[in-house]
Design a protein around this ligand. Structure first.
Ligand code: TNX
Length: 489
């Protein structure tokens, strides 16, 4: 079959693409020249280990290409890619990876660059500790779709996954839960599933290095002062009733047990952040701030003193105070804080970015006040929701986020970018994570890459390319959700 002038199934769709007649054959004898680490990546991903220079990757100083743009020309003789920064060349390599089929690259000319600088994916490894090799695969798939940020949700009520040398009980005790978690089968029965695990700092450092080679930055999250029951279980002096030994939480939902407001507790989180920033070099560190019930603070004598000392007008204000303490510490470390959108009411710390999750209205509210915002509204980006309800669907926290709805999301032009969330309460296995992530994360990648003033591909256009893209996902062993024929979603 001759495939002259058929559009190659690239996701996200490049800004401009010209398809020419003919192919360039690639194989093990094809050689790659370019900056060392990127050429190495290209050899590995394209299986091109020759000594020649048929594929040439070049850094130029063309400002039009921006921080992540690239130009790519595939001729009958070889491949030329240029970019103004390493990130652009890395994306050019991913484009080649998507174009390569049966040892051939179609002749094309591409100029490409992303619309939004932040194209992320949150993975919750706190509720279920997904194995380290899966995190590598997950990062590789983000890069394949030119998603540049992995938001790693490392701590929550049900488990603490980040090794802290100064506080070993966080992982030794807080990393494991006994007993049962409600409802991760369709019947919603209580299953007795003891579960636990954690990642060492060295393991995470290696993951950071692997991701960086692929142009993926990792933003770690330590969620405070709520969602901290695992830490309080490990060190009861962090809680509001230091004499009470809490278990690592075995149910989902919101725990009312939050950090106390003692100076020693603030210092504890600062020390955790010191070790965290030593492992994760990315500018942003997420400090949480979501779903913090003020119940315990409302009755605590110590919290009452803190409220008076800080001149706050109620216990719920302690959330803003907490975030301010941690953001200031991150500032001293040369980093920036990221927080959930609950801080819009309680005071977003100076210089922090807000992750707006409670609907597009929150995105708008935050951008209007001039705050840096990552659009993560649940109705478009909560990929832990099922696409639709149905007898074959595994149990999900909610349903009703089909593929075309994700692809139809149009973030405000003023946001930093977009992010898809995979909370893992109902994703106990890596197969389920992939089932929820793909292909919707590919649709969101296209939103983040293309949704701007420029002409955005409609769903039928995306769907047609996706059909050609799925064999690549299958070849990579991705257990993705099936894609309904167009019009039958
Ligand atoms: C709310 S979104 C949470 C998470 C849950 C999620 C379930 C956010 C900032 N907090 O703790 O996992 O809902 O969908």
């Amino acid at each position: 079959m001759d495939s002259v002038n058929t559009t190659p199934p690239l996701i996200p769709r490049p800004e401009s693409l010209r398809v020419l007649d003919g192919h360039f054959a690639i194989g093990p004898d094809t050689g790659v020249r370019g900056p060392d680490d990127i050429a190495e990546l290209a050899r590995e991903l394209l299986g091109a280990h020759g000594s020649g220079s048929e594929i040439e990757l070049t850094l130029t100083d063309d400002p039009a290409l921006g921080a992540e743009g690239y130009r790519l020309a595939i001729t009958g003789d070889g491949v030329r890619a240029e970019a103004a920064a390493p990130a652009g060349l890395r994306w050019a390599v991913q484009t080649l990876r998507q174009l390569a089929r049966e040892g051939r690259l179609p002749r094309v000319e591409i100029t490409d660059r992303p619309r939004f600088a932040w194209r992320g994916s949150l993975l919750d490894v706190a509720r279920w500790c997904h194995p380290l090799p899966f995190l590598y695969k997950y990062v590789d798939l983000l890069a394949l779709h030119k998603l540049n940020t992995l938001h790693l949700h490392l701590t929550d009520d049900q488990g603490w996954r980040f090794e802290v040398k100064r506080y070993p009980r966080l992982t030794e005790f807080g990393g494991f839960r006994t007993g049962s978690v409600v409802g991760h089968n369709r019947e919603g029965r209580e299953n007795d599933v003891p579960h636990g695990g954690f990642y060492t700092q060295d393991e995470l450092r290696d993951l950071v290095t692997y991701a960086a080679r692929r142009g993926v930055r990792i933003m770690p999250e330590i969620d405070a002062p709520g969602h901290m029951q695992a830490a309080i279980a490990a060190y009861p002096w962090l809680g509001n009733d230091p004499d009470r030994q809490l278990p690592v939480r075995v149910r989902w939902g919101i725990s009312k047990h939050v950090l106390n407001t003692a100076e020693g507790t603030v210092e504890f989180v600062r020390q955790v952040l010191d070790e965290l920033t030593d492992v994760f070099p990315f500018e942003y560190v997420h400090i949480g701030g979501d779903e913090v019930p003020p119940d315990e603070w409302a009755v605590s004598v110590d919290a009452g003193r803190r409220i008076a000392a800080e001149g706050l007008d109620g216990p719920e204000r302690l959330l803003g105070w907490w975030a301010g303490q941690l953001a200031a510490h991150l500032g001293k470390l040369g980093r920036r804080a990221a927080v959930w959108d609950e801080l819009i009411e309680q005071g977003v710390p100076e210089g922090a970015a807000v992750f707006a999750w409670r609907g597009v209205d929150r995105v708008e509210l935050a951008t209007r006040s001039g705050i840096d915002v990552v659009a993560a509204p649940e109705e478009f980006t909560y990929l832990d929701w099922a696409e639709a309800d149905g007898p074959d669907e595994p149990l999900a926290i909610r349903h009703g986020l089909p593929l075309d709805k994700v692809h139809g999301f149009r973030p405000l032009p003023s946001v930093l970018g977009v992010q898809g969330q995979l909370w893992s309460e109902y994703l106990p296995t890596t197969d389920l994570v992939e089932w929820r992530a793909y292909p919707r994360l590919a649709a969101l990648a296209e939103v983040g890459w293309c949704a701007g003033e420029r002409d955005f591909p409609d769903f039928a256009d995306f769907h047609a390319r996706l059909t050609g893209h799925l064999p690549l996902l299958d070849a990579l062993g991705v257990r993705h959700h099936p894609v309904a024929p167009l019009g039958q979603g």
